[in-house]
Structure formats: structure tokens, C-alpha cells
Design a protein around this ligand. Structure first.
Ligand code: XMP
Length: 317
């Protein structure tokens, strides 16, 4: 019978046999899969596992520092790389969604490759690929493969010439979470909503600026913290704030304002392929809207996205 404990025991033994004394490289994303893969590998080969966690400047507010800190507490051999400026430069002048994905993906590979070369004698690249990723990347005609270029699978530049090790390849998401729980990983990491690789870059519609990143990070933190404190976070499969490239007129005291509109997005789903908009309580939405407008400089209007997938997608870009 499959249990998290038996999976951990046999996988750690297999990894030890397979990897011996080789050096292994792994890119951490802050998400469930790469975190669980890292802890499993760390259990098997200790400091021969070299983790790299890149800050692309498009993560949630305070996420980089917080997640890096919790990785260090887990004892992982991890290097945090602040590459925010490089990503911002690469995105300069770009507003088309697929161009953004390409710029972000390419910059990530450049940064990662540079870091990889600083570690001597690496033989393996470890990835947190899970069973549904394997299936999805095979079905090239699947909607997510053709509509958007997801870059979680196959992001390996071939000049790196590393062998690939994927210890979670046979698991479904809920099994990964159970393994993570048994490994003692922070529930905050294990229960995290899915978050796209390009991050807030595809939630700032149109051109990305430092100021827009600040606005979105603050609004997003209010929404996500609100979901957590009202017990709604777990009811929702994924939640996001989108910064629209639209300004509208408002009034603050005696003053006319002309500021940005943000959209709140929350959906229920099982795999992201289809999704229904979440029927969040009106009182909750009212409070989040008030908080955002009162606390986030640059926003004077909040709307709620009531579109389901299909025909809308979860992200707006
Ligand atoms: P859509 O917007 O296609 O999103 O309904 C479905 C799921 O995929 C995530 N998503 C991405 N993940 N890179 C990623 O790693 C991407 O470019 C990307 N685009 C969308 C989205 O957040 C949702 O969970």
C-alpha cells in the first residue's frame, strides 16, 4: 500500500543509489512541488543538493525573503539570487503577454545558467515535475500547451547537458502534499495556491513598471491575507489581483481622483483546465475593496471577475 512514509523511504534509498556522491542542482520556485522535491533530495544526498531560488521581482509582497528564510530553516543548501532588476530591464517596453513570457523565461534561464556554472562539477538537474505535468506536456494539443507557453516542463537549455532527476514524477498533487506534510514542510508552502512562473508579470496588463509592481503587490497582499484571515483561502483553488491598464475617475474628500482599477479573481478548479468563479461573500468582497482603495495609493476602484473558464482563462494574460 502507498503511504507517504513508504514513498519517502523507498525514494530516498533510490536517490542515494542513483546519485551516489554526485552534485545536483535544483531551482526552487516557492511552490509545493519544487519544495517537496528539494527536501526529499536533501534527505538523500544532503549538501550535494544545491538549490537556487531566483527573485524575478514579480513575486508576491515579501515572498522572496519569507520563503528563502523558511528554506534555510529546513536546512537546505540554498542560494537566493536577487535578479529583479534584470527581469525589469528585460521586460522594458514589452506589453504583449507571450512576449512577456518569453522575456521572463529567457532571463530566468540566463540567471539560472550563470548560477549553475558557479557550482563545480554538477552532474544532475533535479525537477519537481509531477505526474499531471508529464501528461500535460505530452498532449501538445491541450489548451494550455497551445494557448499559452507554460515553461515549467522542458525549460532545460540543452547546452547544460545535465542528467535529469524527477523524484515526484509518479505523484498527484494531493500525494505530493501528503509527502510534504510527512517531511515536516511548512503548511504555508504545502497549501499554497498555484502561482504562475511569470508571476505578477502576467497580472499587470500591458507594460510593467516598478510602480505598477508595487501597487499590485500591495493590493494582492490585502486580498490574499483577507482570504486567509477569514478562512476562505482553502475554499478557493487560486486567487489573484489583476492590475488593469485603465484609470477611472473617483472622489476622495473634496478631490477628484484619476487612478488605476484592479480586478479580484478567485476560482474553484481541480486542475486549472476548467474553473468556476468563486462565489465569495459580499461582505468579504466589500471589506477587501475598501481596504485596497483606502490603503493602496494609486487605486480608486475594485471590480470582481465573474467569468468562468472556458471561455475566459484564469489569468488575464
Ligand atoms: P489559465 O490562465 O491558462 O491558467 O487558465 C491555468 C493555470 O496555469 C497557470 N498559468 C501559468 N503557469 N506559467 C506557469 O507556470 C505560465 O505562463 C502560466 N500561465 C498560466 C495559471 O496561474 C493557472 O493556475
Amino acid at each position: 500500500d502507498w503511504t507517504p512514509a513508504s514513498f519517502i523511504e523507498s525514494t530516498v534509498a533510490e536517490l542515494k543509489a542513483q546519485l551516489g556522491n554526485d552534485q545536483v542542482l535544483l531551482g526552487l520556485s516557492g511552490g509545493v512541488d519544487s519544495s517537496v522535491a528539494a527536501v526529499l533530495l536533501h534527505k538523500a544526498i544532503g549538501r550535494n543538493l544545491h538549490c537556487i531560488f531566483v527573485d524575478n521581482g514579480l513575486l508576491r509582497k515579501d515572498e522572496f525573503a519569507r520563503v528563502l528564510d523558511s528554506y534555510q530553516h529546513m536546512g537546505l543548501n540554498v542560494k537566493g539570487v536577487d535578479a529583479a532588476e534584470r527581469f525589469l530591464e528585460a521586460l522594458h517596453g514589452i506589453s504583449e503577454p507571450e512576449q512577456k513570457r518569453k522575456a521572463i523565461g529567457k532571463t530566468f534561464i540566463d540567471v539560472f545558467d550563470h548560477e549553475a556554472h558557479l557550482i563545480s562539477d554538477v552532474k544532475w538537474l533535479a525537477q519537481g515535475t509531477i505526474y499531471p505535468d508529464v501528461i500535460e506536456s505530452v498532449s501538445v494539443n491541450g489548451p494550455s500547451a497551445t494557448i499559452k507557453s507554460h515553461h515549467n516542463v522542458g525549460g532545460l537549455p540543452d547546452y547544460m547537458k545535465l542528467k535529469v532527476v524527477e523524484p515526484l514524477k509518479s505523484l498527484f498533487k494531493d500525494e505530493v502534499r501528503r509527502v510534504g506534510t510527512t517531511l515536516g514542510i511548512d503548511p504555508d508552502i504545502l497549501n499554497r495556491h498555484p502561482f504562475p512562473g511569470p508571476g505578477l508579470g502576467i497580472r499587470i496588463l500591458g507594460e510593467i513598471t516598478r510602480e505598477k509592481i508595487r501597487i499590485l503587490q500591495e493590493a494582492d497582499a490585502i486580498f490574499i491575507d483577507g482570504l486567509k484571515s477569514s478562512g476562505l483561502y482553502k475554499e478557493v483553488w487560486q486567487a489573484a489581483v489583476i492590475l488593469l491598464p485603465v484609470k477611472s475617475v473617483g472622489v476622495m474628500g473634496d478631490e477628484r481622483t484619476y487612478e488605476y482599477v484592479v480586478a479580484l479573481r478567485a476560482v474553484g478548479s481541480t486542475d486549472g483546465m476548467t474553473a468556476d468563479w468563486s462565489h465569495l461573500p459580499y461582505d468579504f468582497l466589500a471589506k477587501v475593496s475598501n481596504d485596497i482603495i483606502n490603503k493602496v495609493k494609486g487605486v480608486n476602484r475594485v471590480v470582481y471577475d465573474i467569468s468562468s473558464k472556458p471561455p475566459a482563462t484564469i489569468e488575464w494574460e
